[in-house]
Write a protein that binds this ligand. Structure first.
Ligand SMILES: [Fe+2]
Length: 363
């Protein structure tokens, strides 16, 4: 059990004193990118039919690529500001989010319906239900990781109030646990069991086991989601949490929310947040929407497998389906993954020179 001092073991004071994780594209680049999206957008075209090389990012790609690198290999978190927003419709902005993903990695499915891009907006979902998901509710969320190496979240509309985004470094939290409660830091290396929230595909069980923290090749891999651990306690075959595990969960959440560790921000329209999900835990506050449909909070979310990913611990195989470096891995395959999805994955893997697992899908 080691202390990990890396760029990702930040405290909020570090993020405030050095903004090398915030990237802004120029006005000229913004215009260029917006024009490219507008000229390529076709109402009836499926997102799967766009190719990564048809979009003209101009010099904005250098900036976006630096942000992706900072998130994946550096601080675990990056923001790109200044993406074209004002002149783009919902659908065009969605395409912009998708186009960035096409260049950056292989988008992964995100739930029961195997959707490859999610509109993060409130449609009244009950987050705490057995099949609850946070992205489609307006609830305050527990600190958690998403199910892919990287998440990109591009903001189209802010909420009327609330919806503040919070990020806390899992690496820093584990360093604090080691310092303050070495007994619980040890417990965090045990397996915890997480519900798949009724979204499992036919070849998956209803839950998966994974330690909260695990070291491999000198790196610390972090994983946390209280809601899924609590849901799993109601599933048959899931071991009951020990008192030490329950205490670890409580102390971990308390550490994550300390003001010196929890960085809070409001994403503005045209901002893209990028997170490394095995280093960062994220959350958001509850929110209230504007009445008008066109003004409601809306962010477009992608889960990405990037081509320069590192090997994951073997214990992550059940969670990500593959642990190999530079592999198409992660996602929630869900129950509608079919030939179209498989062909897209293969096409993208080829474009990015990545390894792909060709386990069967429903034809
Ligand atoms: Fe999330």
């Amino acid at each position: 059990m080691n202390n990990h001092k890396t760029d990702a073991s930040w405290e909020t004071s570090h993020l405030k004193s050095n903004n090398d994780w915030i990237f802004t594209i120029t006005k000229a680049e913004k215009k260029h990118l917006g024009d490219s999206i507008k000229s390529l957008y076709e109402e009836d075209k499926s997102l799967f039919d766009y190719s990564p090389d048809e979009f003209d990012f101009g010099s904005s790609w250098d900036t976006i690529a630096k942000a992706l690198n900072q998130a994946l290999h550096g601080k675990g978190l990056a923001i790109v500001k200044g993406l074209p927003r004002e002149d783009l419709s919902h659908e065009e902005f969605r395409l912009l989010s998708w186009a960035i993903g096409l260049r950056a990695g292989v988008a992964r499915p995100q739930g029961l319906t195997s959707q490859y891009i999610s509109a993060v907006r409130n449609i009244g979902t009950n987050y705490r239900a057995a099949n609850g998901r946070g992205y489609s509710s307006n609830a305050k969320l527990d600190f958690h990781v998403d199910v892919a190496d990287l998440t990109t979240l591009t903001c189209f509309n802010k909420a009327k109030s609330g919806g503040q985004s919070m990020v806390s470094s899992g690496i820093t939290a584990q360093n604090y646990l080691i310092k303050e409660r070495p007994d619980l830091a040890e417990t965090a290396y045990q397996y915890f069991y997480f519900s798949r929230q009724n979204e499992e595909s036919s070849d998956e069980t209803s839950f998966y086991g994974l330690p909260l923290f695990e070291e491999e090749n000198g790196s610390l891999f972090c994983n946390w989601n209280r809601n899924r651990v609590q849901s799993a306690q109601n599933l048959e075959g899931v071991p009951k949490l020990s008192p030490a595990q329950r205490e670890t969960m409580d102390v971990l959440d308390e550490i994550l929310r300390r003001p010196e560790l929890m960085y809070t921000m409001y994403l503005e329209p045209g901002d893209m947040q990028i997170l490394n999900n095995y280093k960062m835990f994220h959350s958001r506050t509850s929110y209230t929407d504007f009445k008008s449909e066109s003004q409601k909070r809306c962010l477009y979310r992608l889960w990405l497998a990037p081509p320069d990913s590192i090997k994951l611990p073997e214990s992550w195989r059940d969670f990500y389906r593959s642990v190999e470096p530079a592999a198409v891995r992660g996602g929630i395959r869900g129950q509608s993954y079919d030939k179209v999805h498989a062909e897209f994955d293969k096409k993208q893997a080829k474009f990015l020179n990545m390894k792909i697992d060709t386990r069967p899908y429903k034809d």
